[in-house]
Structures are given as C-alpha cells and as structure tokens.
Design a protein around this ligand. Structure first.
Ligand code: GLU
Length: 419
C-alpha cells in the first residue's frame, strides 16, 4: 500500500463529517475516535526446513461499548497496524449499522500464506492464537475469517483456545466448519448480503431489468458468492476479476463456468477462456462500461486516480474500505451512488452473530431460517440508512456512519465513563 494512504485517517475523516452532520458534541464521540486496545505480537514459527522465522501479528479492539468485540483475522504480506485499526473501527460501525450487539475488532498477521506449507500455516495460527489469548474469548472478543483465512484456520484457533482452556469453546470464533459448531449459511453470508443490498439498491434506483450490467472486482469468497447469486437471479455480470486480472464480455460472462474453473485452478481465474470474453486488468475493470460496480477485493482500489474513469452509476462496496475519501468526494460530486462497506458487506458478521448465539446456547438453526433472518436484517438496515439519506440529504456513506455513530454515542452516554 502506498505510504500516503492511511486507512485509519480515511475512517476518521468520514467519522468527523458524520459527527458534524449529527451535531454531536466533542464528548459524545471523542472516545470512538480511538481503539480501546492494540496488541502487537512477534510470532516465532518453526519452518519445515528447521529454521525459526518470526512474523508480526496484531489484534486491535476498537470498541466494546455495545457488546463483545467482533472481527476477522487476515493474513496478508502488506498489512500494517493502521489498516488493522481502521478495519477494527469499521467493524464497530458495521455492527451498529445492522444493530447487532457487538463492538468491533480486527486481527492480522503480516504473511503471504501462499509461501507457507500447510504445517507452517497451522503452527503460525496456533502460536498467534496463544499470543492473543488474553484478549479473545466468547464473552469478550470473537475472531472470524477475513482475507486469506478460512474455516480451517478458524478450526485451529478454536482447537488451540479450547486445549488451553481444557474444554471445547466453539463460541471463541465464528466461520468454523459445521462439525465443530459452524453455522449453516455462514460461508456464503457476506456475498449473500452484498447480493441482497445490490438487488435492493437497483430497485431503489430503478435499475432493475435484464439489461443492467454488473462488474465485480474479486472472485474470492465475497465476490464469488455475490457473482453467483446475482447471476442466478438473472443479472448480467459483464466483468469479473481476481488478483491475476479479469475478463469483460458485454453480453455477460458465464459465472458458473468461471467459478468452476477457479475452483479447479487453485482459486485463480488466470487462463480462463470464454468466447467473446476479453482480458482486462483490475484497473480496467474499475473503469469498465457497466451500470453497477461491486469492488470485493481490498482497500484502496477506487482512488482519485481512477475515480473519474468510473462509468457505473451505482457502487456497492463488498470489500472493506475500497474507496478513498478523495475518490468518494469525486464520485459523490459526479452523482454516483455508493452503498458503503459498513452496510453492504455486513452479512458476514450478521451470520457470525447467529453462529455465536447458536454456540453459546447450544442451538442449531436451519439454513432457511438463517438466510431469511439475514435478508430481513439487511433490508431493514438498508431502508434505515436510506431514510437518513433522504431526510438529511447526505450520501449513503455519511448516512450509514451517522446511524452507527448515533447508536455508539448513545450507548457510550448510557454506560458513562469509568471511573
Ligand atoms: N471479516 C468479515 C468482515 O469484515 C467478517 C467479520 C466477522 O464475522 O466477525 O465483516
């Protein structure tokens, strides 16, 4: 990530704007500007060749005002503390927007997991878990998958935590495999939420119909599931990409075929062929000819450098923080609507909440019940944010931050400041 880009400053800038619109006083939101706790750990791992390698890891708890801290753990070579702080704050805002009783947290390890063997990855995960153990637990801070982590990694965390406690504690993480207390619907939840919000936004902006063209950046868990669900609903996905690049086809790509290809090619779409599909770069995808753009990859994808090239009229943020503050301003001025990450991609943490509730109460819900409750929460939250957009004449992002900030500051005020 370039040195000039600081996602935490990005988050603060929007927070200040939303606080201004709400007319909040300094005391109402001062504490929300700072993470409650930041832990940095050095993780020694015995590599397969016998050498010891030390990796840097973090867990940041932004807020526990509305409930236990909640948020994923990502493995990425370029992650840094400012990114984790921003991601933790976005989790607090996200949980407040969809009104689930959690605060926000995030964890990360600076590592490229593709360079580790399975055994090295497991040892890294178990040692990292042991090192953040004082912070995590079902009643205080519950990790989940994020970029480059998955159900298997969550299983290692759950097992390590449980072994050190002496009994099984499924509620310490969400996004686990079903066999150890995972929830039906959780693997697809973020993408499902994105597809629900996309559908609802298209309805609101009168963009329904088979001729509307959707471009999706990222074919991982979020982008892949969003693409599949929107494609099955009959939408035309004209562009799709992953880290290796992407494809554009004006008549619409065959998403089932792309996902099947990626599943059998180490989760990569490099080398995929389809008649009429042309290769494009990720930057070309951002500016491609489409009606709806859904960035589902990393932060900092839509910047002041490419914001002017965007042709979509609607952007749905499947990733966390894909749009910089500068780009956001350009796009809003251009009349492009952006449904922000803290609303659009909240489906994952909503179903994480269902998983945790099932764990701590030893319940098992069926998939229809989970998907239906997720849908209700996403739609209700969308219309709550929309109401603020209309009443206060602000962008979707500012409206979502206003909704979250109002809930967080009220909760803070109700609890009071200790001592
Ligand atoms: N990593 C996901 C997110 O950014 C899910 C977090 C969770 O389920 O706790 O929303």
């Amino acid at each position: 990530m370039p040195d000039t880009y600081n996602p935490y400053d990005n988050m603060l800038a929007v927070l200040e704007k939303a606080a201004g619109k709400l007319g909040l006083e300094h005391n109402d939101y001062e504490a929300i500007k700072y993470p409650e706790r930041e832990l940095k750990v050095s993780i020694p791992v015995k590599m397969d060749n016998g050498t010891i390698k030390v990796f840097e890891g973090y867990r940041v708890q932004h807020s526990s005002t509305r409930g236990p801290c909640k948020g994923g753990i990502r493995y990425h070579p370029h992650v840094d503390i400012d990114e984790v702080k921003a991601l933790a704050a976005w989790m607090s805002l996200k949980c407040a927007v969809v009104d689930i009783p959690y605060g926000g947290a995030k964890g990360a390890v600076k590592v490229d997991p593709a360079e580790l063997s399975k055994g090295e990855l497991e040892r890294l995960t178990r040692r990292f878990t042991a090192m953040i153990l004082p912070l995590i637990g079902p009643e205080k801070d519950i990790p989940a998958p994020d970029i480059n982590t998955n159900a298997e990694v969550m299983g290692w965390i759950m097992d390590t935590y449980s072994m050190l406690k002496g009994y099984a504690v499924p509620g310490v993480v969400t996004g686990k495999a079903l066999e150890i207390g995972g929830s039906l619907g959780r693997p697809e939840a973020t993408g499902r939420g994105v597809s629900i919000i996309t559908g609802e936004s298209m309805k609101f902006f009168n963009m329904e119909g088979i001729n509307k063209r959707i471009a999706i950046q990222g074919m991982g868990n979020v982008g892949g599931v969003s693409a599949r669900l929107l494609y099955r609903e009959g939408h035309k996905i004209v562009a799709a990409s992953d880290v290796t690049g992407g494809f554009y086809k004006a008549e619409g790509l065959n998403i089932e075929k792309i996902l099947a290809y990626s599943a059998s090619h180490s989760k990569s779409i490099a080398g995929y062929t389809e008649e009429g599909a042309e290769s494009i770069t990720n930057d070309e995808l951002i500016g491609c000819d489409c009606d709806v753009l859904i960035p589902c990859a990393m932060e900092n994808q839509i910047t002041e450098k490419n914001a002017d090239s965007i042709k979509a009229k609607l952007i749905i943020e499947g990733a966390n923080g894909p749009t910089t503050v500068e780009a956001d301003e350009i796009l809003v001025k251009r009349g492009i609507h952006i449904v922000p990450d803290v609303l659009a991609n909240a489906g994952g943490v909503v179903v994480s909440y269902f998983e945790w509730v099932q764990n701590i109460q030893n319940l098992m819900w069926d998939e229809d019940q989970i998907n239906e409750t997720l849908r209700k929460i996403m739609i209700k939250s969308f219309y709550q944010v929309l109401q603020i957009v209309k009443d206060k004449n602000v962008s979707f992002r500012i409206a979502a931050y206003m909704l979250a900030l109002l809930k967080l500051s009220k909760a803070k005020k109700t609890r009071g400041v200790f001592p």
